[in-house]
Write a protein of this length. Structure first.
Length: 129
């Protein structure tokens, strides 16, 4: 079973995205802080990460940067999921190294389709190199 990791400190949001991932056949690894997410990402080697941005401890942007700086996890797909929606937030979040950006609240009925589109796009990019 493929592993997906969710770094999310809100229990309701974690439950919602975990449910959608599990229904699509993923084993879900969860972390509630950036530090825990970084440790789990490097140890568990998930196939992708859903990353909240506003986390206790180090935020999702710094967690993403640290995962990206790891030699083996440089190309790991990371998808931000956040309530930040102000002008400039999207650009700042993408600049931190995420592959895509979803605004909360998510629609559990369509989120997996969107996630799979992103993952397919990443596979296509990597096969061209």
């Amino acid at each position: 079973m493929k592993k997906a990791m969710v770094v999310e400190d809100n229990k309701d949001n974690l439950k919602l995205i975990s449910y959608a991932l599990q229904r699509s056949g993923y084993e879900v690894i969860a972390a509630a802080t950036g530090e825990e997410g970084l440790e789990l990402a490097l140890r568990e080697r998930p196939c992708f990460i859903i990353m909240d941005i506003n986390l206790p401890g180090i935020d999702g942007l710094e967690t993403t940067r640290r995962i990206r700086s790891s030699e083996r996890d440089r190309k790991l797909p990371i998808i931000a999921m956040t309530s930040f929606a102000m002008a400039g937030d999207r650009e700042r979040i993408i600049a931190a190294g995420v592959d895509a950006y979803f605004e909360k609240p998510i629609d559990p009925l369509t989120i997996m389709e969107k996630i799979h589109e992103i993952l397919r796009g990443r596979t296509d990019e990597n096969s061209d190199s």
